[in-house]
Design a protein around this ligand. Structure first.
Ligand SMILES: [Zn+2]
Length: 473
């Protein structure tokens, strides 16, 4: 362990941030000046992979160090999954979470272990505990309106209406985070802040003018064309794609500015040198590299190759060029502050790479939805369950990537020679393909046996409860 006395932890996740957007990846548009500076002072992992290509499964995996397809695809942080936040809470840290994301709701367990957790749901799903009937009626009307908008092909408009009350931009979030920290006193803190801005390339919310380099009317019309392309699976023109990338980069620039502001405030409070700062992302974003937009559905690089920077008082700056999985992130953070990882965390500490031991987890990413098979979503609670019939798993090793799917053709890419994954070598490299597929099948067997054990455990618990209830007093 690399214990440093009760240092603070600041976990920053930026929704949809692709690894190739960082200046350290030589991206031509300079949108991440502050993030790049932090990277130059900390540990930069150039080959970090998210465990899933969309928000909820990826963040469940980061916080609980488990795989999304375990627990039958249930993406809630239920009692049999421990969140890293609970470990910090038990160790006496003050714990804050700011996400303002309805898919990361308290109802799905994301608030577990937090002293203060803001998921934004309270702003549009107002509960009336005294009036459950009224609550139910409001929910039914909202569901009806949403379906109606969807039928009319206007889900974008619904999103605008819905997000109007719940979306909190990076600047507001940063101000809120700093207020929480400055009111804290000397108690060590764990703060998770999830910046959502780059997610909303489809919603013309108020990006400050200095970051938005696109006329607002063009912006709104482009959003509508994007919405139609997503619905009909048609392709946008190259010009539209360039404009979408401009919006996306503007959002990243805004978040980068907010991160700079956050660190400046930490420095003013004298907290910068005793805080472990982690910057990463839940997944990337597609701009038709593989004929689609948005995120989810696939496991290509633009969706799962993410940034990871750890600036810590424990280690000097270094670049780590080894493929790693974010399933190892929470065990690493706990190790940095000298806390023991819970037994149900599957990941390992990434710091072994700095000692050339390479004792880290294999890189798997998983998906449980396709264009045709979606996850089950309970709109009221926000609880989401992956569709196991849409299972896809990829495995990355030694510059190669195998994508295994139950539904379509399997794929093998040489990431060194073909980083854009344009040439499927599954038939040309059969020996390697067989070896990599065997590793994935073993991983699947592990997931299945875990699920079976969990099923039996739950069954036993139910039997015990039934016996206790039926026993006469
Ligand atoms: Zn996301």
């Amino acid at each position: 362990m690399y214990r440093t006395n009760n240092n603070n932890v600041l976990l920053i996740t930026v929704d949809c941030l692709r690894a190739d957007r960082l200046g350290t990846s030589r991206y031509s548009t300079n949108v991440t000046r502050n993030i790049d500076r932090i990277a130059s002072e900390g540990l930069l992992f150039t080959q970090a992979y998210s465990v899933a290509p969309w928000t909820t499964p990826s963040l469940v995996s980061i916080l609980t160090s488990t795989y999304p397809l375990m627990f039958g695809g249930n993406l809630s942080i239920t009692s049999n999954r421990t969140s890293v936040v609970e470990v910090f809470k038990r160790a006496g840290y003050k714990t804050f979470g700011l996400t303002y994301h309805p898919w990361l709701s308290k109802a799905s367990g994301f608030g577990k272990g937090f002293d203060t957790y803001k998921d934004g749901t309270e702003t549009y799903l107002r509960h009336h505990p005294k009036y459950p009937l009224l609550d139910r009626m409001i929910f039914m009307v909202k569901s009806f309106v949403m379906r109606l908008f969807d039928r009319l092909g206007l889900s974008l408009a619904w999103q605008i209406l819905r997000s109007k009350g719940s979306f909190v931009d990076a600047i507001q979030m940063t101000d809120e985070a700093m207020k929480l920290i400055s009111d804290l006193g000397k108690q060590p803190f764990f703060l998770w802040i999830h910046y959502l801005d780059p997610h909303w390339v489809d919603i013309p919310h108020q990006i400050p003018a200095k970051f938005l380099k696109l006329n607002r009317i063009r912006f709104a019309l482009l959003s509508l064309r994007r919405e139609r392309a997503l619905r009909t699976r048609s392709l946008l023109s190259n010009k539209d794609i360039r404009d979408l990338i401009t919006i996306y980069d503007s959002e990243i620039a805004l978040v980068d500015y907010a991160i700079g502001k956050l660190l400046y405030s930490l420095s003013n409070l004298g907290l910068l040198d005793n805080t472990h700062i982690i910057i990463t992302s839940d997944h990337g974003e597609q701009f038709q590299e593989h004929s689609d937009l948005h995120h989810g559905y696939y496991l290509y690089q633009e969706l799962i190759h993410v940034p990871l920077i750890i600036k810590t008082p424990c280690f000097k700056a270094a670049v780590v060029d080894y493929p790693i999985s974010l399933i190892d992130l929470s065990p690493t953070i706990l190790d940095l502050v000298g806390l023991k990882k819970p037994p149900n965390f599957l990941g390992k500490c990434l710091m072994s790479l700095l000692r050339n031991r390479k004792d880290v987890s294999p890189v798997f990413s998983e998906e449980g939805e396709t264009r045709h098979l979606k996850p089950e979503v309970d709109l009221k609670s926000g609880i989401i369950k992956l569709n196991l019939n849409a299972k896809q798993i990829c495995y990355v090793r030694n510059g190669w990537k195998y994508i295994y799917t139950d539904l379509h053709k399997n794929e093998l890419y040489n990431l060194t020679r073909d980083p854009l994954e344009k040439r499927n070598l599954i038939n040309d490299e059969q020996i390697l393909a067989t070896k990599m597929r065997e590793v994935i099948i073993k991983h699947t067997q592990f997931i299945n046996s875990f699920r079976e054990t969990e099923r039996q455990r739950v069954r036993k618990r139910i039997m015990k409860l039934k016996t206790a209830i039926s026993r006469p007093p």
